[in-house]
Design a protein around this ligand. Structure first.
Ligand code: IVH
Length: 682
């Protein structure tokens, strides 16, 4: 091609990148997109194609390259040019006022402006930009050395990969990477269905996500960032105050918390704290306090640091939603994949208006680390709507008769002379490198019950009307033994009608729901099968490579390992699952019952609703929820349970879910009534 032709292509590539960066910024930083996802995707496709055809024009900060890097063996170490300090804490008003009085005295002034911010509960990172490009992203580490997590941070859409040309030639910004509450709940739900230990809170989840060696996994987690400080800037003057610096960073494309506030006296700072103490639960992220900072940067220098804490800022912590009670006993429940999950059985206690009787204890390692013993008085914490957690023992209240916990001892069966599953007496195993113990008996009734509950659950085959109670009944009556038997229930209608609290109508509804579930996608079915370590997220990855269950069943560990986001643990688990005779039988029966979804070769591009995502809430007049979903899908649209940034329309029927509407309002999602919905369906 003549050089002039190439330069036209290069120009188009640059134009596409600029457009994509701009729309990315509108969407992820400003939360205010100007174009539809569909238009965005089409620009992205064009850019990808051009870059594939003309690799000489590919650059590392092209928007196509956010998730490009291969998994690492380990993270490198980054030396921070300026140490990342921590913050002194205030727990009561007096602490805040004392901090302020001391600063006034040291500065020799009567008053100084301050900036109040939320203390984000996430993970501190430092981002370095050189000549306009993001070159390094590092964790805080010990404050002096952090881990190089650049390739993971690049996957966070609200972190700009490049900044305008007039930015300082070298500078570092600092901020907090966090996982919004919604993302946290979703992630934990997925982990639960994959039989993985749950994250205790969004902070741990964010830290776990950012410290993945495979950036594809990080990319799947809806991480976000707020920048809260300029570390340093070279080669260009920057504003003299923190507030203006934040405005300036905003103008460079960084995401700054809109709840920040500049105040001129400490009483105002106190008010800010009080306001957010009351409203913290309404925030879409976890904050554990407010940070009050002197505004003028010259004052930062004058005030200096004590130890590793600056005197120019203080963290005023929110009161923890904590309580104390006695831990009567540690119980063990058996999860779907056989995990033995320890949990605390508590003397009931009221915390923030909720009675708590049980709390999670994660796993034995965690219990040991915290040194929690049966009979202990313990601190219990409830953060937002997260499952209550045992924070730790009150050692000073020990009487001496508390009992240290050992899982194997707890489940030791005297008759058998070995540890045994508390539900089925099955043998216990602990795979290498895992923290959980498992019941190895796949026929364990607790596991069977949990597996069936998972199979019919919303994220899986979504069979409405069947839940914990009915499954227990089906099992008790011998109507089903595994998930595939659900599809044979239609031949046992008379028996079902006779079940407790059943009747003709309910029985038919249930049988219809089972029949309808045959239409569910391959990803849902894979998730529903309950393969250890394979939940919604992994199932969605798998269907990009396998067309049906047979394909998946005949794959090898090697092939699986070539797929982004699939490591040896998942690969082993899938292969082991497929080779298990019992599973082969179940899959055979599912296929025979016509539960055998196929991936379509061609994606639904070109259909009238392709690229549009719907969430339906409330009852529609014209058709059932299921029918509405099918219509949308038939026209190429997608249907989701929850409103996210990707939702195009929230369809509102009678008695809609308030949460969905609030969420749609917050995200500026278009809300439509049934009439408009029908018009869209044509
Ligand atoms: S300013 C000199 N602002 O809190 C330290 N920190 O205990 C300046 N944090 O590791 C930090 N939200 O990760 C600052 N709005 C905010 C913050 C914030 C959360 C974290 C930060 C740091 C820790 C210090």
């Amino acid at each position: 091609m003549p050089v002039s032709g190439l330069s036209v292509i290069q120009k188009r590539i640059e134009e596409l990148r600029q457009k994509l960066d701009y729309h990315n910024y509108r969407y992820y930083v400003l939360d205010s997109p100007e174009i539809s996802d569909e238009e965005y995707d089409s620009l992205m496709r064009e850019l990808k194609q051009l870059e594939e055809q003309y690799p000489q024009f590919l650059t590392p900060d092209s928007p196509t390259q956010r998730v490009g890097a291969a998994p690492l063996e380990a993270f490198g170490v980054v030396k921070h040019p300026l140490p990342l300090l921590s913050l002194g804490n205030a727990f009561v008003t007096e602490d805040l006022f004392a901090w302020h009085a001391r600063a006034l005295k040291l500065l020799g002034v009567q008053q100084f402006d301050m900036v109040c911010e939320h203390k984000m509960d996430g993970l501190a990172v430092a981002l370095t930009y050189v000549n306009g490009h993001l070159t390094t992203g590092a964790t805080r580490g010990d404050g002096f050395h952090g881990e190089d997590i650049t390739q993971n941070l690049r996957t966070i859409r609200s972190i700009p990969l490049s900044v305008p040309k007039d930015a300082p030639p070298r500078f570092e910004v600092r901020g907090e990477v966090y996982l919004p509450k919604i993302g946290f709940h979703k992630l934990n739900k997925e982990r639960e269905s994959e039989g993985l230990p749950l994250f205790a809170n969004p902070r741990n989840a964010a830290a776990g996500s950012v410290r993945q060696l495979d950036p594809h996994i990080t990319a799947k987690r809806p991480l976000d960032i707020y920048i809260y400080m300029l570390g340093y800037a070279e080669g260009k003057p920057v504003p003299p105050a923190h507030w203006e610096t934040m405005e300036y960073l905003k103008s460079l494309g960084f995401k700054i918390n809109p709840n920040n506030k500049r105040v001129s006296c400490i009483e105002e700072a106190e008010e800010y704290y009080q306001k957010w103490t009351r409203q913290r639960e309404s925030l879409p992220y976890e904050a554990d306090g407010v940070v009050v900072k002197a505004d003028l940067l010259a004052y930062h220098n004058l005030l200096g640091d004590v130890g590793r804490e600056p005197r120019w800022a203080i963290a005023y912590k929110f009161p923890a939603i904590q309580g104390t009670t006695r831990l009567k006993e540690i119980g063990i429940s058996v999860g779907r994949t056989g995990t033995l999950n320890p949990y605390a059985i508590l003397e009931p206690v009221q915390i923030g208006g909720v009675t708590i009787k049980q709390a999670t204890l994660h796993n034995e390692d965690d219990i040991r680390r915290k040194d929690v013993r049966e009979g202990d008085w313990v601190y219990i914490q409830r953060a937002g709507d997260v499952i209550p957690e045992v924070v730790g023992p009150i050692v000073s209240r020990r009487a001496g008769n508390e009992k240290e916990f050992s899982l194997l001892e707890k489940i030791f069966d005297k008759e058998l002379g070995r540890p045994a599953c508390p539900e089925c007496k099955g043998e216990i195993v602990k795979p290498d490198g895992e923290v959980m113990y498992y019941c190895s008996n796949a026929a364990c009734p607790a596991q069977v019950q949990e597996r069936l509950e998972h199979f019919v659950s919303r994220g899986a085959m979504d069979i409405r009307g069947i839940g914990e109670r009915l499954i227990a009944l089906f099992l008790r009556e011998g109507l089903v033994k595994d998930a595939s038997d659900l599809y044979a229930l239609k031949d046992k209608r008379t028996q079902i009608v006779r079940l407790e609290k059943m009747g003709e109508k309910s029985a038919d509804n249930i049988l219809n729901a089972i029949e309808k579930s045959k239409q569910q996608s391959l990803a849902r079915l894979i998730n529903a099968l309950g393969i250890r370590h394979v939940g919604e997220e992994t199932a969605n990855l798998l269907v990009e490579h396998f067309r049906n269950l047979d394909d998946l069943g005949s794959t090898t560990k090697e092939k699986l390992m070539t797929m982004p986001g699939i490591g040896p643990k998942i690969a082993d688990s899938i292969v082991a699952f497929s080779h298990e005779e019992e599973n082969k039988k179940i899959i055979g029966k599912l296929k025979k019952a016509d539960v055998n979804p196929q991936m379509e070769e061609v994606k639904a591009e070109g259909l009238p609703l392709s690229g549009r995502e719907f969430v339906v809430t409330g009852t529609l007049k014209a058709f059932s929820r299921e029918e509405a979903h099918n219509r949308i899908k038939a026209l190429g649209g997608t249907v989701k349970d929850n409103v996210t940034h990707n939702t195009t329309y929230l369809v509102i029927g009678l008695d809609p879910g308030e949460n969905k509407i609030t969420r749609a309002r917050a995200l500026d999602t278009e809300q439509i009534d049934e009439e408009k919905f029908l018009a869209i369906l044509g």
